[in-house]
Design a protein around this ligand. Structure first.
Ligand SMILES: NC(=O)c1ccc[n+]([C@@H]2O[C@H](COP(=O)([O-])OP(=O)(O)OC[C@H]3O[C@@H](n4cnc5c(N)ncnc54)[C@H](O)[C@@H]3O)[C@@H](O)[C@H]2O)c1
Length: 264
């Protein structure tokens, strides 16, 4: 088995996933980037390899169970090990209310954020167990798993389910020495947030003011927390959710209906 550790990252073509790829590459890992966006993925892999890092890319929709199995099998065939899964890919979905949702809109968010993450855990954990690797898995929750008022509610539900998934996976895999944790980002400057909330000055400022540090988060700040949770520095940490949200999780005001009422 090669000495160099291997991390698999889903949704790695951009945003928090890409920041994670860069952080793990800087930390000496071989980084395996996966994403549904083929072109962006190729660019991301090229940027890293041009900078001298060990990176490889696979087109992967995490909701495709069979394709996920194939990708993981190929990574093991090529590199003979996997040490970390950064289970990052996610979508926000639509903003309907309980009274007006279309079941298909709810299904999409659950399928990617919950089912896709679950599939990836199974694929990678089987490798950890087969090879006796005490690997680490880091899922991605969100501040909206708790602050359900802010987001498309299907997204909030799916992230609350990811919290349950993190605890269940930590419970099932602990006996193999495998640790499973999550990060819960606050409003982070990526395409997901800039498309909607960051580009609206009212919402942007409102979200800023709800944090204790009065600011948005950089994707690299999430990546640093993920890198920590994957490292030996976190060797006794499993089954937890780490908020990386500039203090949003202890902010006091919970009702922003007035803002979203106007903006829907
Ligand atoms: N940006 C924020 O404010 C914020 C806050 C809390 C949580 N998050 C979570 O952080 C994670 C990363 O989000 P981001 O902000 O970088 O968003 P982003 O939209 O910039 O990046 C998400 C990436 O995931 C990929 N992806 C989407 N569906 C996929 C699928 N089915 N299979 C594989 N890849 C897929 C996209 O192609 C994209 O490259 C997500 O889980 C998101 O829910 C983001």
């Amino acid at each position: 088995m090669s000495e160099q550790k291997v991390v698999i990252i889903t949704g790695a073509a951009q945003g928090i996933g890409y920041a994670g790829a860069r952080r793990f590459a800087e930390g000496g890992y071989r980084v395996i980037l996966t994403d549904v966006k083929r072109e962006k993925l190729d660019e991301a892999v090229k940027t890293l390899t041009d900078a001298g890092y060990d990176a490889d890319g696979y087109e992967l929709d995490i909701t495709d169970y069979k394709r996920g199995q194939e990708v993981i099998a190929d990574v093991v065939r090529k590199y003979d090990r996997i040490d970390v899964l950064f289970n990052n890919a996610g979508i926000t979905g639509h903003r309907p209310t309980i009274l007006h949702f279309d079941p298909e809109q709810i299904r999409q968010a659950e399928e990617v954020n919950l089912w896709g993450s679950l599939y990836m855990i199974q694929h990678v954990a089987r490798v950890f167990v087969d090879k006796g690797i005490p690997g680490a898995i880091i899922n991605v929750s969100s501040f909206v798993a708790r602050h359900i008022d802010w987001s498309p509610f299907a997204y909030s539900l799916s992230k609350a389910a990811v919290d349950g998934l993190t605890r269940a996976a930590a419970f099932h895999l602990g006996k193999y020495g495998i640790r499973v944790n999550s990060v819960a980002p606050g409003c982070t400057k990526t395409e997901m947030a800039t498309k909607y909330d960051y580009s609206d000055p009212v919402v942007r400022k409102h979200q800023e003011d709800r944090t204790l540090l009065h600011r948005w988060i950089e994707p690299e700040e999430i990546a640093n927390a993920v890198f920590f949770l994957a490292s030996d520095q976190a060797s006794a940490i499993t089954g937890v959710k780490l908020p990386v949200d500039a203090g949003y999780n202890v902010s006091k005001e919970d009702n922003i209906e007035s803002i979203y009422g106007e903006h829907n």
